[in-house]
Design a protein around this ligand. Structure first.
Ligand code: DMJ
Length: 934
C-alpha cells in the first residue's frame, strides 16, 4: 500500500483520471505512513502503556454496552442516571434529538461493528442474532432520515461488512447469510419515499411504517432540511446499491448531492446551513464546517475515496478552497455568510466542527488540522470536555456536552498522520476525563453543563459507535485488530465500509451528475494527500512546531468584540460598517446610518427600544445587507447581555454511600441567600421539612437543624420558604418542583427570585431542582435514610482512588470561583418571578440561531448608552490588549488546576473489588428507583 502511495507522489497533482484502487490506497496511505517516523518531541509511549490504555477503553466499553444491554435493551438508548431504557413516547419529548429514536434498538445496531473492532467477536455474533431476532423496522414512528441513515443503515451495513469478513476467515459467523444486508435493504426502501421531491433532496423526516404522504404518516409538510441531512447519504446508499445490485439507492443519493452542488453560492462556492427542499432556496445563508453542514463535506471527499469518482473530489476541492479562504481563521473556524463571505456570521464555534481536523488529514492538509485540534484541546483542558458551543474568546456559549466523539476522531487521524505521541497523551486525557466526570454507576452520562459537571440522563448511541472505536484504534497496534482497518473507510458514524465496493456493481447511472465544474487549477490538488513520508522524516518535530505558538491560545486570549470584519471588506477606504457594539442611540450619525440600512428605531412605552429592519427601505442592496448583519449582531448582543445578567446554574452532588459524588444534578440558583460561587460549598445531610411546602414555621426543627432542608415548590414565595427553614436551623435548602415529571433535560433552568423586599437576612444557600432530579434525592432517602449532598457551583472530582473526604475550602478557592463566574458569564439560565417561573427561552442549539432574511426585530436595552457588553467587564476593544479581565481569566485558569484537588468520595485505599461492589449496589439502587418510576 505504501509503495502505491509513494509511487503516486502525493505532493504532486493527482493524475488526471486515477483508477479508484490507487485513489483509495493513496488516501489510506496518508493516514498510516507516518506512524513510524517519529523521532523526537513528546516522549514516546511504551507498548505496555498503550496496551494498558487500550484495555481501559475495552473496560469502559463493557461498562457502557453492558449497562445498555442489561438495563435498556431493546430500547433505543440507555438513560444512565435512572438506569433504564429510553423509549420514545414514554419520556417527555426532547424535540429533534428524539428523531433518532425509531424503536429499533438503536444503540445495539450502532454498536455492531465496534464489537468487532474491539475484538469482541463472540459478543458480535450474539448481537447480530439479537438484531435479527428482535429488531422491527416497521414501527409507526417518525424518524430523522439523516440519523436513520448514518446510525441504523450505516450500523447494519458496517455489521454486514464485518460479518462477511469474519465468515470468510472461517471461525465466526459461519451461519451468516447476508441477513443484516437484507434488513439494510428493507430499511433503504423505507427511506426512499423521502426523496419524492422535485429537487431530489429528501424530506428531513419519514414515518417508518407509513412513509411521507399518507395522513397517518404525520410528516411530509416540512419545507426545509439541513445541508448535511441531504448530503450525508452517498456512502451508505452507494454501499447498499453495490452490495445488493439495486442501483436506485446510489442514484437517489447522487441526485441529492448533485442538487446541492448546483445550488452552491456561485461566487463564494459555499453552501448554507438549511435549504428549501422544494425550491432549492437557501433558508439559512450562514456557512461553516460544523452543525448542519459538516458531513456534507466529509461525504464528498469520502465518496471519492470509496467510489473513485473524480467529480466528488473536484467538488470537495472547490468547497475546501472556499472554506480555507473564508471560514478558516487558524486556529479558528468561523461561520460566514455565503453571499458576503468576508463577514463572520457568528462569534462562536460549535463542537461538531471538531471532526474537521480529521477530514483535513484525509485531505492531506496537516498544518491547519494540527492548529485547530490544538485549540480545541486547550478548550477541553479548561472545561474537561468540549462544550457544545464556545465563543471566539473561548468562553462557554452552550455548556452541554453529549459525549461527542468528533475530537477523539480527529485525534486518531492526526496520530496516524504524524505519529506524534503527543496525540496518545491527548487520548489518555480523554479517557481520564470520561472516567472521572461522565462515568456513572450505570454507564456514561452526558454532561448537562461542563462548568458545573452536572449530568444529563442520556447516553447517545454514537458514543458506542464512534468514541470507543477511535479511542481503541488510537492505542492499538496492527496486531491488536483482527482485520486490516485500512481496507475500510469510516462513515460519519464511524461505521466501516470495505474499499473493495468501488469495483463492485459499478453500473450506477450517473446521468444526473453535473459535468459543469468551476475551472480548477492544479494548485487545488497540491493539497491532496501530501506524502507524509517525505514531510515528517525531514522534520520530526513538525507537528510540535506548529502547536508551539498556539500553546496558550485559549488561556491568553483576550475577550473579543462581537464580530470581526475583515480588513478586505473596507480596504477601499470606505468607512467600516456600523457595528452593533458601537451603536449609540444618541448619536445622530448612527441614526442616519440605521436609516440607510433600512433599520428603524421604535421607542416602546416601557422605555425599551426596538429595532426593526425592512430590507426594501434600505438605500441600496449593500446597505440592506449591512443592516441585516447589524440586526444579527444586535440580536446576538442582546441575548449575550441577557445571559450575562443571569446567574450560572449550580450543582447538587450526592456524596454519601453509594453515590460517592458520582451523581451530579443540575440545580437552579437563587437570587438571594449565600452565593455559592463566592463562598465555599455547603455540605450536609438532607431532611424533608414539615410542612413540606415550607410556607409556615417548621414543625420539625429538630429534624432539619444543621441539615439541608428539602422543600416543595409552591404556595408561597421562595424567600419565605428560605426564611422558615433558616429559622429552624437548616444550613441550606433545596426546593423541589411540584410539577411532576419536570426535568432539567426538557425544561429550561431558571433562577429563584426574591420577594421584592430586602433579602439580606437570608444567609443560607438555596437551590432549585426539577421534579425528576429531586426524586433522585427523595428516593435515595427512602432507600438509604442518610443522604448527604454537596451544594456548589461546580461538582467536585470523584476519583475513587483518592481518599480525601474533606472539601477544599481555601481562600484561593473562593477567589477562583468568583473568577469562574466571570468566565461563565454566558449562561443558559432563564429568569423567574417569585411564584410562577417565567419560562425562559430554551437553550439554543448551535443550529438554531438563524439569521433572518428581512423584517427582523431586536430588542435593546433602554439605556441610550453604548451597548457594548464588554463594558460591563471593563474589558478590551476588538484588537486591544488584554485588560483586567484577561488577567483574571489567566489567573483563574492557572489557579483552577490547583483548586481541582481531586476530592474523592471513596474510602481510603479502597480496592477495586470494593469499588465494584459499591457500583453493583449503585445499580441496585437505580433499579429500585426504576421501580418507583422516576
Ligand atoms: C454523529 O452521529 C455523527 O458523527 C454525525 O455526523 C454528527 N455527529 C454525531 C455525533 O456527535
Amino acid at each position: 500500500m505504501s509503495a502505491a502511495g509513494g509511487g503516486r507522489g502525493c505532493g504532486s497533482p493527482v493524475p488526471q483520471r486515477a483508477p479508484w484502487s490507487l485513489v483509495a490506497a493513496t488516501a489510506a496511505f496518508c493516514l498510516v505512513s507516518a506512524t513510524s517516523v517519529w523521532t523526537a518531541g513528546a516522549a514516546p509511549m511504551s507498548r505496555e502503556e498503550k496496551q494498558k490504555l487500550g484495555n481501559q477503553v475495552l473496560e469502559m466499553f463493557d461498562h457502557a454496552y453492558g449497562n445498555y444491554m442489561e438495563h435498556a435493551y431493546p430500547a433505543d438508548e440507555l438513560m444512565p442516571l435512572t438506569c433504564r431504557g429510553r423509549v420514545r413516547g414514554q419520556e417527555p419529548s426532547r424535540g429533534d434529538v428524539d428523531d433518532a429514536l425509531g424503536k429499533f434498538s438503536l444503540t445495539l445496531i450502532d454498536s455492531l461493528d465496534t464489537l468487532v473492532v474491539l475484538n469482541k467477536t463472540k459478543e458480535f455474533e450474539e448481537a447480530v442474532r439479537k438484531v435479527l431476532r428482535d429488531v422491527n423496522l416497521d414501527n409507526d414512528v417518525v424518524v430523522s432520515v439523516f440519523e436513520t441513515n448514518i446510525r441504523v443503515l450505516g450500523g447494519l451495513l458496517g455489521g454486514h461488512s464485518l460479518a462477511i469478513m469474519l465468515k470468510e476467515k472461517g471461525e465466526y459467523m459461519q451461519w451468516y447469510n447476508d441477513e443484516l444486508l437484507q434488513m439494510a435493504k428493507q430499511l433503504g426502501y423505507k427511506l426512499l419515499p423521502a426523496f419524492n421531491t422535485t429537487s431530489g433532496l429528501p424530506y428531513p423526516r419519514i414515518n417508518l411504517k407509513f412513509g411521507i404522504r399518507k395522513p397517518e404518516a404525520r410528516t411530509g409538510t416540512e419545507t426545509d432540511t439541513c445541508t448535511a441531512c441531504a448530503g450525508t447519504l452517498i456512502l451508505e446508499f452507494a454501499a447498499l446499491s453495490r452490495f445488493t445490485g439495486a442501483t436506485i439507492f446510489e442514484e437517489y443519493a447522487r441526485k441529492a448531492l448533485d442538487f446541492l452542488w448546483e445550488k452552491r453560492q456561485r461566487s463564494s462556492n459555499l453552501v448554507g446551513v438549511t435549504i428549501n427542499i422544494h425550491t432549492g432556496d437557501w433558508v439559512r445563508k450562514d456557512s461553516g464546517v460544523g452543525a448542519g453542514i459538516d458531513s456534507y463535506y466529509e461525504y464528498l471527499l469520502k465518496a471519492y475515496v470509496l467510489l473513485g469518482d473524480d467529480s466528488f473530489l473536484e467538488r470537495f476541492n472547490t468547497h475546501y478552497d472556499a472554506i480555507m479562504r473564508y471560514i478558516s481563521q487558524p486556529p479558528l473556524l468561523l461561520d460566514v455568510h455565503i453571499h458576503k463571505p468576508m463577514l463572520n456570521a457568528r462569534t462562536w464555534m460549535d463542537a461538531l466542527l471538531a471532526f474537521f481536523p480529521g477530514l483535513q488529514v484525509l485531505k492531506g492538509d496537516i498544518r491547519p488540522a494540527i492548529e485547530t485540534h490544538e485549540m480545541l484541546y486547550q478548550v477541553i483542558k479548561k472545561h474537561n470536555f468540549l462544550p457544545e458551543a464556545f465563543t471566539t474568546d473561548f468562553r462557554v456559549h452552550w455548556a452541554q456536552h453529549p459525549l461527542r466523539p468528533e475530537f477523539a476522531e480527529s485525534t486518531y487521524f492526526l496520530y496516524k498522520a504524524t505519529g506524534d505521541p503527543y496525540y496518545l497523551e491527548v487520548g489518555k486525557t480523554l479517557i481520564e476525563n470520561l472516567n472521572k466526570y461522565a462515568r456513572v454507576p450505570c454507564g456514561f452520562a452526558a454532561m448537562k453543563d461542563v462548568r458545573t459537571g452536572s449530568h444529563e440522563d442520556r447516553m447517545d448511541s454514537f458514543f458506542l459507535a464512534e468514541m470507543f472505536k477511535y479511542l481503541y484504534l488510537l492505542f492499538a497496534d496492527k496486531e491488536d485488530i483482527i482485520f486490516d482497518i485500512e481496507d475500510y473507510i469510516f462513515t460519519t458514524e464511524a461505521h466501516l465500509l470495505p474499499l473493495w465496493l468501488s469495483t463492485t456493481n459499478q453500473n450506477i447511472s450517473k446521468k444526473n451528475t453535473t459535468s459543469e465544474y468551476t475551472e480548477l487549477d492544479d494548485s487545488n490538488f497540491d493539497w491532496t494527500c501530501p506524502n507524509t513520508q517525505i514531510l515528517f522524516p525531514n522534520d520530526p518535530l513538525y507537528a510540535q512546531s506548529i502547536r508551539e505558538p498556539l500553546k496558550n491560545v485559549v488561556d491568553k486570549s483576550c475577550p473579543r468584540g462581537i464580530i470581526r470584519v475583515r480588513e478586505e471588506s473596507f480596504r477601499s477606504g470606505a468607512k467600516p460598517p456600523l457595528r452593533a457594539r458601537d451603536f449609540m442611540a444618541t448619536n445622530p450619525e448612527h441614526l442616519e446610518i440605521l436609516k440607510k440600512m433600512g433599520v428603524s428605531l421604535i421607542h416602546l412605552k416601557d422605555g425599551r427600544v426596538q429595532l426593526v429592519q425592512h430590507a426594501v427601505q434600505a438605500a441600496s442592496s449593500i446597505d440592506a445587507e449591512d443592516g441585516l448583519r447589524f440586526m444579527q449582531e444586535m440580536i446576538e448582543l442582546s441575548s449575550q447581555q441577557q445571559k450575562e445578567q443571569q446567574l450560572p446554574p449550580r450543582a447538587v452532588q450526592i456524596v454519601s454511600h453509594p453515590f460517592f459524588g458520582r451523581v451530579v444534578l443540575t440545580a437552579g440558583p437563587a437570587q438571594f441567600g449565600l452565593d455559592l460561587s463566592k463562598h465555599k460549598e455547603t455540605r450536609g445531610f438532607v431532611a424533608s421539612s414539615k410542612p413540606y411546602n415550607g410556607c409556615s414555621e417548621l414543625t420539625n426543627p429538630e429534624a432539619v437543624m444543621g441539615k439541608i432542608a428539602l422543600i416543595q415548590r409552591g404556595q408561597c414565595m421562595f424567600a419565605e420558604k428560605a426564611r422558615n427553614i433558616q429559622n429552624a436551623g437548616a444550613i441550606g435548602g433545596i426546593v423541589i418542583d411540584d410539577n411532576e415529571g419536570s426535568s432539567s433535560d426538557t425544561a429550561p433552568l431558571f433562577q429563584m427570585a426574591g420577594d421584592g423586599k430586602d433579602t439580606d437576612d437570608i444567609q443560607i444557600p438555596m437551590l432549585f431542582l426539577f421534579s425528576k432530579e429531586g426524586s433522585i434525592i427523595l428516593d435515595a432517602i427512602r432507600e438509604y435514610e442518610e443522604v448527604e449532598v454537596l451544594l456548589s457551583d461546580k461538582a467536585k472530582d470523584r476519583d475513587p482512588d483518592l481518599e480525601t473526604e474533606e472539601l477544599p475550602s481555601s481562600e484561593n478557592d473562593s477567589q477562583n470561583q468568583s473568577a469562574e463566574q466571570i468566565v461563565s458569564s454566558s449562561q443558559e439560565v432563564g429568569l423567574v418571578d417569585q411564584e410562577s417561573p417565567e419560562e425562559s427561552s430554551p437553550n439554543s442549539h448551535p443550529e438554531s440561531s438563524s439569521p433572518a432574511d428581512t423584517d427582523i426585530a431586536a430588542g435593546v436595552s433602554p439605556s441610550e448608552q453604548n451597548s457594548n457588553p464588554t463594558e460591563n467587564h471593563e474589558t478590551t476593544s476588538l484588537d486591544g490588549e488584554c485588560t483586567d479581565l484577561d488577567n483574571q481569566l489567566q489567573e483563574q485558569s492557572e489557579t483552577e488546576e490547583d483548586s481541582n484537588p481531586n476530592v474523592s468520595w471513596g474510602k481510603k485505599g479502597q480496592p477495586i473489588d470494593a469499588i465494584l461492589a459499591d457500583w453493583n449496589e449503585d445499580i441496585e439502587a437505580f433499579e429500585m428507583m426504576e421501580k418507583d418510576e422516576l
